[in-house]
Design a protein around this ligand. Structure first.
Ligand code: 13P
Length: 250
């Protein structure tokens, strides 16, 4: 059974007070939702303690990143063990902003996915093409190679712990959402690629869409056959809008 997931990626936004208010608000939203929907929030690391103090047990905590190393001399990094200590059960891995701005190569992403699984954190593996790659007909080549590199060597059980997020780079923070058909085409491709690795997992893995999802377009995106939810950036910071998005998947 594919899980329905709505995840809010707050990125580098908020203050302690804003994070507390959002956490309280998201908990109230989740209270009114069908229990089949999993809602996640991914605050900045340093605001996690404040968020944890406010969220209800029905809200899942995610991180926006995680180190691929266990511990040691890695200044500025945060380990999976530290995240587990906060009750963090998911981690976004390989977000395009990490790939483009902070040097997260496919190899780095692969190490982070493996570390998450090793520490019992479910990785939300982000993949997606740039506009240039889309326009030059390289969508499937790019997304396929990102997937294969990150998932290489995982056992069936391990693969079953991964959530995939398709986030076309050109749709992130631009207000230009992929149409439901454009998104579905890539989600279907991703599910086929997973099936090549393991057919049983491909039937149950959740593949969520991210990129300018808002209150107006969520329902049509979530209605597509292979779209199991959303990874929401800007709109996850606005409670009213996030509520509409969470309800759109019901
Ligand atoms: P926006 O919803 O702001 O486009 O961001 C999407 C995203 O990058 C979520 O991880």
């Amino acid at each position: 059974m594919r899980r329905k997931i709505v995840a809010g990626n707050w990125k580098m936004n908020g203050t302690r007070q804003i994070a507390k208010d959002l956490a309280v608000g998201v908990s109230a939203i989740v209270e009114g939702l069908d229990k089949s929907v999993e809602v996640l929030i991914a605050p900045p690391f340093i605001l996690m303690a404040d968020v944890v103090a406010q969220i209800s047990s029905d809200v899942n905590l995610a991180s926006q990143n995680v180190s691929g190393f266990d511990n040691g001399a890695f200044t500025g990094e945060v380990s999976a063990d530290m995240l587990v200590g906060f009750g963090c059960s998911y981690s976004i891995v390989g977000h395009s902003e990490r790939r483009a701005l902070f040097g997260d190569t496919n190899e780095v992403v692969s190490a982070k996915v493996a570390k998450c699984i090793d520490k019992n954190i479910q990785p939300i593996l982000c993949v997606g093409e740039t506009l240039e790659e889309r326009e030059s007909g390289k969508i499937f080549e790019v997304v396929g190679s990102q997937l294969r590199a990150a998932l290489k060597g995982l056992s069936q059980v391990q693969l079953g712990k991964v959530v995939i997020a398709y986030e076309p780079v050109w749709a992130i923070g631009t207000g230009k959402t992929a149409t439901p058909e454009q998104a579905q085409e890539v989600h279907e491709f991703i599910r086929r690629e997973i099936a090549v690795i393991d057919k049983a997992v491909s039937d149950v893995i959740s593949i969520i869409y991210g990129g300018s999802v808002n209150a107006g377009n969520a329902k049509n995106l979530f209605a597509m056959a292979d779209i199991d939810g959303g990874l929401i950036g800007g709109a996850s910071l606005k409670l009213e809008e996030f509520e509409v998005i969470c309800k759109a998947i019901g």
